[in-house]
Write a protein of this length. Structure first.
Lengths: 416, 301
């Protein structure tokens, strides 16, 4: 006797909503584009004493007090991968603005290296750097930094203009870029005629017009109203879905970082204190600073089912083809009410209920990428921990009420 | 000891200045001749053109400029002023003064704007330039009128050159100031998109410094006008000559008339050049968004 399998209908419905984020995560695991190693910036004519102090573990404040030298970035190492949105965040003065300017050498690094596709940017001559900036890197500024004497179109064409692209070709490209950000109707308007949000769209169009492979965004949305900011974040995510670019995004807004980031680097006093996915950072902050930084973030909107899915020895697995009587006996021995049936290909097949002695297709499995806040009711009302499956229907583990509640409890609420 | 010290300074500095002038006179004559020829040719060309124009043409052009740049009311004022100057019989000296002002302003800008750019871009040029400018602005004008006459004789050339020295500083200072005041993020944007130095200057810095540079042009022109009147004492000609005649003959009426003509010309030139300093790109009434730059934190660190 073999197991009777439930219908596949319930399982196939799961695949649809995993498509979006699944695709993004897939591209994010691309090749390394930018490799930053031991990058330092101190603002001093002779950086050696400051660097020596920093190597001995002195903080930013100590170096400032003892040497009167301002420290920007200390010993930063990280990789930026093709197609990912890499958010660098921290409070003001943590060095994040300096960091992004080191990446395109608007500020010259004091020490360390920045490899772009295997080429060391810090070793380039001025002219070689100009070539790289014209071809590969674009930047979007917090204050928009549009040229007030040029129309939106001519602003968008700026990067191509300085690179020597002919008038018609660059205007075509600029027009397409404006179209992408929904501003083609305003092409002949001057910046002062546009609202803040529109101006930043022009800034974005200027950055996109030359089709750069890396986009640096310095607090790009911080000067905008909250509603417009959300709009622009959606716009960025939409553009990213159309064509995955490598984006380095600077932000001091924890919610923004959680929304758009594939990975986040948290900076404190010029040092990078943690790098990880939003889920990793929220579930496992490296220190009290990081924890405090993200305290206001609602974890149920950041975390997805996969982050809490557990498949350890407390989960009773039943393999396809196993004798159901033996399986039921095993459930009884372990004192649990339900077993999770897994196919030979790893696909989730159903839940074996001890009480009913049969395989149910309830509770329906949830998609690995479903955000927690959409699952609260299902987890609360299910008779047993809810199974979690990936896009291909493979069983990843279960989501228990205890795990969910534990995650939602920040453990540091005002009364505690 | 004291006497030695006093002797060195009191007589010494002056003696060195004296020697320098003599050195230039003895050995620099060919260079001085070239400078004189160029300045004279340039000044004469502009002067003769303006004097040569029939009054209605020059007056019409100035009135039209006033109408285009400022407005109807001011155009009417310009027309009446010019008619008044013509009626007082001062048209030709006025045209001559205008020519000298245009010539010396042009020369001042040709030297002053590049100097201002250099000062904004290099700390060394800034140090040297600032000292030079202090010198030019505070040294009493009569002090260099005398060597100017020794170098170039009486007439238009020393007048124009003395005026250039006197009128150039605002052009230099306001050019340098304008370029330094271009928002840091605009310069960063220029560099981030791969501008070379000259592109940064031409496409980002100069266009954004233009209001300040135009304020410098305005100030230079005003100072040139006031100096060119003084320079008539060394034979530069124009309205200053008439003022001088009025003083010499104790002819209060003539002095007042020519003085009034200078004032009217000053008002015309001031308003017209000021109008070039006001820039507005795009429709009015969208003010607040245009200055959103205030929201920036001022770049790195």
């Amino acid at each position: 006797m073999t197991l009777i399998l439930p219908s596949d209908a319930a399982l196939s419905a799961v695949g649809a909503d995993t498509a979006r984020s699944g695709a993004r995560v897939g591209e994010a695991r691309g090749a390394v584009r930018m490799e930053v190693r031991n990058l330092c910036k101190v603002f001093a004519d002779d950086p050696r004493p400051a660097l020596a102090l920093l190597r001995d573990g002195a903080g930013k404040a100590e170096v400032l007090a003892r040497l009167n030298v301002n420290v920007g970035v200390v010993d930063a190492s990280f990789d930026i991968r093709a197609g990912e949105i890499f958010v660098i965040m921290g409070l003001s003065g943590s060095g994040k603005s300096t960091m992004v300017r080191l990446l395109n050498r608007l500020i010259e690094p004091t020490a360390g290296s920045i490899q772009l596709d295997g080429r060391d940017l810090t070793a380039l001559s001025k002219n070689e750097l100009v070539e790289v900036l014209r071809r590969d890197l674009s930047m979007v500024f917090q204050s928009f930094a549009l040229l007030p004497n040029r129309t939106a179109l001519d602003n968008a064409a700026f990067g191509l203009e300085v690179a020597g692209v002919g008038r018609d070709a660059r205007r075509d490209a600029a027009m397409r870029a404006l179209d992408k950000v929904g501003l083609s109707a305003y092409a002949h308007r001057y910046p002062r005629e546009l609202s803040g949000g529109m101006q930043q769209r022009v800034g974005l169009a200027r950055a996109l017009a030359k089709n750069p492979s890396i986009l640096l965004m310095d607090e790009a949305f911080s000067a905008l109203d909250p509603l417009i900011r959300t709009d622009m974040q959606n716009e960025l995510l939409r553009l990213q879905r159309e064509q995955a670019r490598t984006i380095v995004f600077i932000s001091h807004d924890a919610d923004e970082a959680m929304r758009i980031a594939d990975r986040i680097a948290v900076m404190e006093e010029g040092r990078i204190v943690q790098i990880g996915t939003p889920a990793e950072i929220i579930t496992n902050p490296a220190d009290e600073y990081v924890r405090a930084f993200f305290r206001g973030v609602d974890p149920s909107r950041v975390l997805r089912a996969r982050d809490l899915a557990r498949c350890d020895d407390r989960v009773t697995l039943v393999e396809e083809g196993e004798d159901p009587i033996a399986a039921l006996r095993r459930l009884a021995e372990r004192g649990v009410g339900y077993g999770y049936v897994r196919g030979r290909d790893g696909r989730f097949l159903g839940v074996l209920s001890r009480a009913e002695g049969t395989i149910l297709n309830r509770p329906e499995p949830v998609a690995a990428d479903a955000p927690l806040h959409s699952l609260l009711r299902r987890v609360a009302t299910a008779p047993c921990p809810v199974p979690v499956v990936d896009g291909g229907g493979r069983f990843l583990g279960v989501l228990t009420r205890a795990a969910l509640l534990e995650t939602l409890d920040r453990g540091d609420d005002p009364r505690g | 000891m004291d006497e030695l010290w006093n002797g060195l300074l009191a007589g010494g500095v002056g003696r060195w200045a004296d020697r320098l002038v003599n050195l230039i006179l003895d050995h620099g004559q060919p260079t001085l001749d070239v400078i004189a020829a160029v300045v004279d040719g340039f000044g004469a060309a502009i002067d003769n053109t303006l004097i040569g124009l029939p009054p209605w043409a020059l007056g019409g052009a100035l009135t039209a400029l006033a109408l285009w740049r400022v407005g109807k009311g001011f155009a009417l004022f310009a027309l009446l002023s010019l008619a008044g100057i013509h009626a007082m019989g001062l048209w030709e000296p006025m045209a001559s003064t205008l020519g000298l002002v245009v010539a010396s302003t042009t020369l001042s800008l040709l030297i002053g704007v590049p100097l201002g750019i250099a000062m904004a871009r290099s700390r060394l040029a800034d140090g040297v330039g600032a000292t030079l400018l202090d010198f030019m602005q505070t040294m009493p004008a009569f002090v260099y009128l005398i060597p100017a006459v020794m170098f170039f004789g009486l007439g238009r050339v020393p007048g124009i050159l003395a005026t250039v020295i006197f009128a150039m500083p605002p052009a230099v200072r306001l050019t340098a100031l304008g370029i330094r005041q271009v928002p840091a993020e605009l310069v960063e944007a220029g560099r981030a998109f791969g501008c070379k130095d000259h592109q940064l200057l031409l496409k980002v810095q100069l266009p954004n410094a233009l209001p300040s540079i135009m304020a410098g042009v305005n100030q230079t022109m005003m100072m040139a006008l006031s100096m060119i009147v003084v320079a008539s004492m060394i034979g530069a000609g124009g309205l200053g000559n008439v003022v001088l005649q009025g003083i010499q003959r104790l002819d209060i009426g003539l002095g007042f008339e020519s003085g009034l003509a200078v004032v009217l010309l000053a008002i015309l030139l001031d308003r017209i050049t000021q109008s070039f300093g006001v820039q507005s790109f795009g429709a009015r009434g969208f003010g607040p968004h245009g200055v959103d730059r205030g929201a920036s934190k001022g770049g790195a660190q």
